[in-house]
Design a protein around this ligand. Structure first.
Ligand code: PMV
Length: 326
């Protein structure tokens, strides 16, 4: 057994298929090169101690035999539930010290919860010298996400584990790497933090009221996602951009876009992007645009002119990995 390990997992950006993926339609997601770092160490006592660099909680502590019970601060929920699920699965009861350090702000919607869950899972398997395949890591992490938030397709967990750009169907029914290399993505942050479970519930309500309309929208989104997969493989960036804008129209019909997102998306298109859309649940967080090298700067300036923050991230990053073993 190791004394301590450090593992890391990437953040993510949804490229196509958000919301529809919650209802078993496919999506495409890419991992970004900003990572969540997690250090795990054994303790001599029977306490779980979590230290984070997140706002609002620097240190949290509790007894190992009380894991998952009572009120848990939101910054510790995913870590504590993951430890609880891991400990029940492998009948472990050691004290544990966890330190998380995120290279990106949790406000961007890059999936810090999924990334911390994936990195911590790998850290625990390594710490206790238990071998785990990617699907095994996924099952433990996805169960944890559902235990904490009750809803979600698990696309963010798959992205944190597999990395790259993947084609994904809910619950890990399909996780397929898309061989696409580097495509010219621009990322703009609206300045507004979105609440994913609220937006998922909003779409569920709409689906209940108007099931036929929403099913039609989802079927169209599926067609776009399938075409986008081919466009990515063939590196037809113009086609890909056009598909982004079509996907955006449908997300708008679902009612999940917002004025801020619309402003940044339209600024991108006016400044020469091939297409643009929101990324993730909507309501805020980030938008993405696809623009040729000669237009990229113009598109970025267009986003800034509308008070958007351009985030310099590389996509197709590596999935969860072991950084250090002591
Ligand atoms: O806001 P994000 O980046 O967590 O993305 C949510 C994407 C949804 O499809 C709306 C939900 C999900 O779990 O797939």
């Amino acid at each position: 057994m190791a004394d301590g390990v450090i593992a890391s997992a990437p953040g993510k950006l949804m490229l196509f298929g958000e919301h529809a993926v919650v209802y078993d339609y496919p999506c495409i997601v890419t991992a970004v090169d900003q990572r969540m770092m997690v250090e795990v160490k054994l303790r001599k006592d029977k306490r779980l101690v979590i230290r984070t660099n997140q706002p609002g909680m620097s240190r949290y502590e509790r007894q190992v035999d009380e894991l998952g019970q009572g009120i848990i601060p939101k910054q510790a929920k995913f870590s504590e539930m993951l430890v609880s699920n891991f400990y029940s699965k492998f009948k472990v009861e050691n004290g544990l010290e966890i330190r998380t350090d995120c290279q990106f702000s949790s406000k961007f919607g890059f999936g810090s919860s999924a990334a911390v869950t994936a990195a911590l899972a790998m850290g625990l398997y390594e710490l206790f010298s238990i071998k785990a395949s990617k699907p095994e890591l996924f099952d433990l992490c996805y169960k944890t996400v559902l235990d904490v938030q009750g809803v979600g397709s698990g696309f963010d967990v798959a992205s944190a584990i597999w990395g790259g750009t993947i084609y994904y169907i809910k619950g890990g029914k399909k996780i397929e790497a898309i061989n696409c290399g580097d495509y010219p993505l621009v990322v703009g942050y609206t300045g507004i933090k979105a609440d994913t479970p609220t937006l998922i519930k909003q779409v569920a309500k709409l689906k209940k009221r108007n099931s036929e309309k929403v099913s039609k929208i989802f079927t169209e989104i599926k067609k776009i996602t399938e075409k986008a997969r081919t466009a990515l493989e063939e590196r037809d960036d113009k086609e890909l951009g056009g598909l982004m804008s079509l996907n955006q129209l449908l997300l708008d019909e679902l009612g999940v876009s917002s004025n801020r997102l619309d402003e940044l998306i339209s600024a991108s298109c006016k400044n020469g992007a091939w297409g643009a859309k929101l990324s993730g649940a909507g309501g805020g967080d980030c938008m993405i645009a696809l623009a040729g090298e000669e237009k990229k700067k113009k598109v970025e300036n267009g986003i800034r002119m509308k008070q958007g923050e351009v985030l310099k991230v590389k996509h197709c990053a590596e999935g969860v990995r072991l950084e250090k073993r002591k």
